[in-house]
Design a protein around this ligand. Structure first.
Ligand code: SF4
Length: 415
């Protein structure tokens, strides 16, 4: 995991958005109320009419959104909590699609804090079709270092049904420009959008990986109240993924990005106090990311056991021991011991015992069979107690470990 810089967030919900994507209600997500959309242009692909009101000075700021004149106090407040060097982040809208004079006002308000070294940099999130050379030059001039692009899908059909108003080609063009100009690039993708096929998320992931982002965020689709997607769901036009389907797909994606060396910065919506009441259907769980990591750990443990059980190297009904870093214990065990129970049932194990990887020394074991060092034989149950006393995080059923028992010991790496 990449160490993260503290963030000072500035929420500008829907500011600059030329249309309303069917799944999006930033007012709920950011808890900023009473916001209306600032239309900077018409939705060129879906044919949606812009439906926002131009308000304050005709540039789209509405009640609840900070004025440029308030940015300084937001930064100072953020520095008092997070310390110097934090990153200012404009979230919740399409930053580069807002009125140019307003965008410049926001950046000018923040710039003295960047040039003075009080904040480390600025991060913005925006749409792929709102990026060009001129905009990027301006962002760079004012100290923006990271750009988060909402790709959401690389399937044009899915993008159209979601009324995103841009294409996959827009994302590719924007991502290449952003990288060429030396910004850090974060790409966001969604899972479970309307029109998605089982293969869509992984196809999207491959195309996103080809763009060599510095990190990705993965969001399973939640049906947020007040969105067009809620109407589609109510009419039967849209069926969300089940929780388990979403976990399987997102675990695949996390594993894939990890294999490519691309940091997964987040899986699932940020939990906010008000959000659970705003979700009508679909996927929202504050610990969704942990479910996905836990699924990956289950798969890894399953693969390890498959390699030894049923091969004659360890008998059914034995006990498997796993060495796991203490901080990862809950991921290994799974919610409601789901991983442990599934593995025991699947492999006919008498018990699974988990030990602190750091504390577990295998030098006291007599090693048996093969070169992998995974199977050990205990000289006596007393020896077992002595060796592992106080080090087990999930104790084995010791009655199952007797003199001569063959036990699988594996050190499991976890993301
Ligand atoms: S462009 Fe982004 S912020 Fe705007 S409506 Fe679509 S998803 Fe929401």
């Amino acid at each position: 995991m990449t160490p993260r810089r503290s963030i000072i967030p500035v929420f500008i919900p829907h500011l600059g958005c030329p249309c309303r994507c069917v799944f999006c209600n930033q007012n709920s997500i950011t808890s900023v109320d009473d916001c209306k959309v600032a239309c900077s242009k018409n939705d060129k692909n879906s044919g949606n009419a812009c439906h926002g009101d131009l308000t304050l000075s005709g540039i789209g700021i509405t009640k609840g959104m900070p004025m440029p004149s308030e940015i300084g106090s937001i930064i100072e407040d953020g520095i008092s909590k997070a310390g110097k060097g934090a990153e200012l982040a404009f979230y919740g809208g399409s930053f580069t699609a807002i009125h140019p004079s307003l965008m410049r006002s926001y950046l000018e308000a923040a710039y003295p804090y960047v040039s003075g070294g009080l904040i480390g940099s600025i991060r913005i999130s925006t749409r792929p079709d709102a990026i060009d050379n001129e905009i990027l030059c301006r962002l760079r001039y004012y100290g923006v270092r990271t750009i988060e692009l909402g790709a959401q899908s690389m399937d044009d059909r899915v993008l159209k049904l979601s009324k995103r108003g841009h294409t996959a080609a827009d994302t590719e063009r924007a991502a290449k420009l952003i990288r060429r100009m030396g910004f850090s690039l974060i790409l966001q993708m969604m899972v479970g959008l309307p029109g998605e096929t089982p293969g869509s998320p992984m196809t999207t992931a491959h195309r996103i990986a080809d763009l060599e982002p510095d990190g990705v965020r993965i969001y399973p689709t939640a049906v947020i109240r007040g969105t067009e997607l809620e109407q589609m769901w109510k009419s039967g036009e849209y069926t969300p993924l089940s929780f388990d389907q979403a976990v399987e797909i997102c675990a695949d994606l996390v594993g894939f990005f990890d294999s490519k060396g691309i940091s997964v910065l987040r899986v699932g919506l940020n939990p906010s106090e008000d959000l659970s009441g705003e979700i009508a259907a679909g996927i929202y769980h504050p610990a969704f990311g942990d479910y996905c990591k836990s699924r990956l750990v289950y798969r890894a443990a399953r693969q390890l056991l498959s390699g030894v059980i049923g091969t004659g190297r360890i008998r059914d009904g034995g006990t498997a021991l796993f060495g796991v870093e203490r901080r990862h214990l809950s991921l290994f065990v799974g919610q409601h011991r789901q991983n442990i129970n599934k593995l025991m049932e699947e492999f006919g194990l008498e018990g699974i015992s988990v030990f602190d990887r750091e504390a577990l020394s295998v030098t006291n074991y007599k090693r048996r069979g093969g070169s992998t060092g995974k199977i050990y034989s205990f000289a006596s149950s007393e020896g077992f107690d002595e060796i592992l006393s106080g080090k087990e995080m999930i104790p084995a059923k010791k009655s199952t470990i007797t003199a001569g028992s063959q036990v699988l010991v594996e050190f499991l790496g976890i993301y």
